[in-house]
Design a protein around this ligand. Structure first.
Ligand code: SAM
Length: 219
């Protein structure tokens, strides 16, 4: 199917409205140089995350899936100077690239990168001050586990955003991707049915293909 100008429109909106700063552009270039996959959020989504952090008045943000720190950078910019972003990343190499990018952007002092499997890291965060905002963007197989942890580490009013919830439409044809699609579907079911949550989901098109995000508020 021909894509009707989605990527050009995204580029236009990014240039005219989003206006990423040089640190964002350097972070994207560093990920390419390090041979990392270009699976970070698009700039317009990154800025949405920053604005949601600001609009929710968040002081403590949790991220699952750091990569080169692109989404971390946007969210950290939305935090007050004494705010905190804890971001979980499996690969040391990704964490190292992210650390350099976040320091270069002047937000490194707000960011704590925890290396390891997120399901091992998340229990160590229990008993601390609750998180006000959570962004889930790692291995989709574990989306529902991460959503459960986000609720447990949050409080009433915590905002939770989960990326990649459409997966090129595979949520309706899970046989196309038997690893990721079932994890996304399970998480979406939980978004709709868990009494602890109020949620919606939005599909998007653009440089990242046909995808979308879900957003929930802890009741
Ligand atoms: N949020 C990033 C952004 O938009 O800039 C993109 C994150 S990328 C889609 C997913 C990241 O999750 C990768 O860096 C991958 O190494 C990491 N990851 C995968 N499985 C993980 C796990 N079990 N625990 C923690 N991180 C994991």
């Amino acid at each position: 199917v021909a894509e009707p100008g989605w990527v050009d429109v995204e580029r236009y909106l990014t240039d005219v409205v989003v206006r990423p700063d040089p640190a964002h552009k350097r972070a994207l270039a560093s990920a390419v140089e390090a041979g990392m996959p270009a699976i970070e959020v698009a700039p317009n989504a990154g800025k949405l995350l920053r604005m949601l952090v600001q609009m929710s008045g968040a002081r403590r943000v949790l991220e699952i899936g750091t990569l080169a720190g692109f989404s971390s950078m946007w969210m950290a910019q939305g935090l007050p100077d004494d705010g905190r972003l804890v971001t979980c990343e499996f690969l040391q190499k990704h964490a190292d690239v992210a650390r350099a990018n976040l320091d270069a952007a002047g937000v490194g002092h707000k960011v704590d990168i925890r290396v390891g499997a997120a399901l091992d890291t998340l229990p160590t965060l229990a008993g601390q001050e609750s998180f006000d905002f959570v962004f889930i963007d790692a291995d989709k197989e574990n989306d529902s586990n991460y959503l459960d942890w986000a609720i447990r580490l949050g409080r009433p009013g915590t905002v939770i955003v989960v990326d990649n919830v459409i997966w090129d439409g595979a949520i309706l044809e899970p046989e196309r991707d038997q690893v990721n699609a079932p994890g996304i579907i399970k998480m979406l079911d939980m978004m709709g049915q868990d009494p602890r949550l109020d949620a919606t989901a939005i599909q998007t098109v653009g440089s990242k293909g046909w995808d979308g995000f879900a957003i929930a508020r802890v009741r």
